[in-house]
Every structure is written in structure tokens, then in C-alpha cells.
Design a protein around this ligand. Structure first.
Ligand code: UDP
Ligand code: MG
Length: 321
């Protein structure tokens, strides 16, 4: 790695971002130019857009940008593979050409003006620099509370995440290569990155509102993401089911004593309410347990299949090695 003037690739996953992309691009390319002219990054640095199977004009816009500007490269995924996979595709493509990457969402809700600070930390020897939101006033109340709940739950389940850090982060080439070694299909990148073990640091910023267009993370996708995050990193839910089983065994023993005394005292006909209650309760917990176990079995299934994460359709605008 050339210390002093390293090559930066800014990786931007885009899914149906035709409204936000032109403005985002303008801001990002200006920032890139500034950093190049200041000499903090190499002139071969680029913006790398990953089109995650958009159904609008996102790819046409990207294609135009690549033709107009030789600081733009792009990867087009053959179909929508999800934010995390699109990000991986971008990082994997970038790793061949750059010394370090910065990943950021296309809507620029994260403050790009802290990128130079991130670069400074990188030059001080950090492999990973996390962008952390100081406050999220511009997110809806719902998004803020669910996110806070999620981070709290993750931490109580023993998954190390950095609170209020999404996927806005700087990663050195070797950190990216290490990340790419995680071959799992159920990706929760921000959980893996904290486990890589390299020197890390944080920079802080205020999160702003989406530039344009609407969130590509509807409630259902958010729920799936949270479930993936928990079940990919923690086996505690399974242990909870087991502990629940133990608890039920104890209750069953108490019930047995209760029933026996009832029989000896000649009250054996009664007890229908407690019986029917137990039947329902036990049934409910068995179903819940099966649901959780099913989640893990499903994970094993997808891991075992070992399918590729994504298929690249085209790549354009890269420098020939
Ligand atoms: N995104 C993607 N594929 C998807 C969904 C989202 O590449 O299937 C991208 C999207 O274009 C954006 C980023 O992931 O750049 C984050 O999405 P968004 O801003 O909609 O999420 P939010 O900020 O609302 O959580
Ligand atoms: Mg966003």
C-alpha cells in the first residue's frame, strides 16, 4: 500500500434511486475531486455505484455518469439481491483496485463531510472507521424507536454492534478481504466487521433526511434484517427455548403433585379449567419453540446450499490493471 496517497473507492449501493442519485453523485464527485486536489487520496480514486437490480432508470443514470466522468465505475447486479449483498458485491469489486473503501447509502442520509476525517484516521493506521450518528431527529419516531430497540436487543443477546452505526464506514483493503472471507449467505455486515479484529475508530455526525425518493427498507425488510442479525450471530434464542422447556418441566411436576392430592381428596372430576389452560399454553410454547428452531434450520439450509450471493451482469469504468 502506498502510504501518503492511497486509492479510495467509495461504494454506493443503489436500488431504485433515480430520484436521489443525480444529486448524491454531484455531492460525492465534488468531495472526491476536493480530496484528490488536496492530495489526500490518489487521482485513480473512484465512486463505485452498485445497481442492485433497480427497476427504474437508475442504471441509465449510472451508465451516463460512467461515460461522463472517469472517476466513476459501476457494477450492475443481474437482479435485486438486497442491500447487504449489493454492498458486498461493490466491496469485492473495489478490493481489486483500491487501497481502501468507504461505503455509503445512495440517499446520503449520512454526512459525507466526515469522509475526509475518516481518511485521516485511516492514514493514522486504522483499518476500519465507523460513521456513527449522533442523533436521528430526521428519522421518523417509528424508525428511531425500532432501531433503538433493535440495538438494545442485539447487545443483550451478546452480538457486538456499534450503536447508531449503519453501513457508513471506511475499510482498508485488507479489512475488506477479511470480510469477504465470511462466506455466509445470511449477511449482517455490521455485525461481522466488529469481529474482524483490526484497529478501529469512530467519527460522529448528524443524520439528515433522505435526499429524494423513499426508503427502500419497508417494515417487512427491516424486520427480516433484524431477525437475520440476531439469528446469524446468536444462539441464545435456542437456549431460551430450552430454558423454557425446563421451566415447563418444573411446572408439570408441581401440577402432578396438585393433581395427586386432588385425587386423594376426592376432587378428581374438577380441574378442567387448569387442564384446558395447560393444553393451550403448552401448545403455544411448542409452536413458538418450533418457530425459533425453524429459523436456525432454515439458516443451515441456505448455508449448506452455498449458493453464490449475487451475479454480476456488467462492470464498467474500471481502470485496466
Ligand atoms: N438498497 C439496495 N438494495 C435493496 C434495498 C436498498 O441496494 O434491496 C440500498 C438503497 O439504494 C440505499 C441503501 O441500500 O442506498 C439504504 O437504503 P435506504 O436508504 O432506503 O434505507 P433506510 O435509510 O431507510 O434504512
Ligand atoms: Mg436511507
Amino acid at each position: 500500500m502506498k502510504v501518503g496517497c492511497p486509492i479510495l473507492y467509495i461504494v454506493v449501493p443503489c436500488f431504485n434511486e433515480q430520484e436521489a442519485l443525480p444529486e448524491s453523485h454531484e455531492k460525492l464527485s465534488k468531495l472526491l475531486q476536493d480530496m484528490i486536489s488536496k492530495g489526500s487520496i490518489d487521482g485513480k480514486s473512484k465512486l463505485l455505484y452498485v445497481d442492485d437490480g433497480s427497476r427504474d432508470d437508475t442504471w441509465q443514470i449510472i451508465d451516463r455518469l460512467v461515460n461522463e466522468n472517469n472517476h466513476v465505475a459501476a457494477v450492475k447486479l443481474a437482479c435485486n439481491s438486497g442491500h447487504q449483498n449489493a454492498l458486498m458485491a461493490g466491496l469485492a469489486a473495489a478490493a481489486d483496485y483500491c487501497d481502501f473503501t468507504v461505503s455509503i447509502d445512495a440517499d446520503l442520509q449520512d454526512d459525507i463531510t466526515v469522509i475526509p476525517q475518516m481518511v485521516e484516521r485511516f492514514q493514522d493506521g486504522c483499518d476500519i472507521v465507523f460513521g456513527v450518528r449522533r442523533e436521528r431527529k430526521t428519522d421518523t419516531w417509528f424508525k428511531r424507536t425500532t432501531a433503538a430497540m433493535f440495538y438494545r436487543m442485539m447487545n443483550s443477546l451478546g452480538v457486538s454492534t456499534i450503536e447508531n452505526h449503519a453501513d457508513f464506514r471506511l475499510m482498508s483493503r485488507r479489512a475488506v478481504l477479511a470480510l469477504l472471507d465470511y462466506k455466509e449467505r445470511n449477511l449482517f455486515i455490521r455485525g461481522i466487521v466488529t469481529n474482524l479484529g483490526y484497529k478501529t475508530d469512530c467519527v460522529y455526525y448528524d443524520r439528515s433526511a433522505r435526499l429524494a425518493g423513499e426508503s427502500k427498507y419497508p417494515f417487512k425488510k427491516m424486520m427480516n434484517f433484524a431477525i437475520d442479525g440476531i439469528t446469524s450471530f446468536s444462539v441464545k434464542p435456542v437456549r431460551m427455548v430450552f430454558m423454557m422447556g425446563v421451566l415447563f418441566l418444573i411446572i408439570a411436576l408441581i401440577m402432578l403433585i396438585y393433581v395427586l392430592t386432588a385425587v386423594f381428596m376426592g376432587r378428581s372430576v374438577s380441574g378442567w379449567p387448569s387442564l384446558i389452560l395447560s393444553v393451550w399454553l403448552v401448545g403455544a410454547f411448542i409452536l413458538m419453540g418450533l418457530g425459533i428452531i425453524g429459523e436456525y434450520v432454515g439458516k443451515i439450509y441456505t448455508e449448506v446450499k452455498n449458493r453464490p450471493r449475487y451475479n454480476i451482469d456488467t462492470t464498467i469504468g474500471f481502470d485496466k490493471e
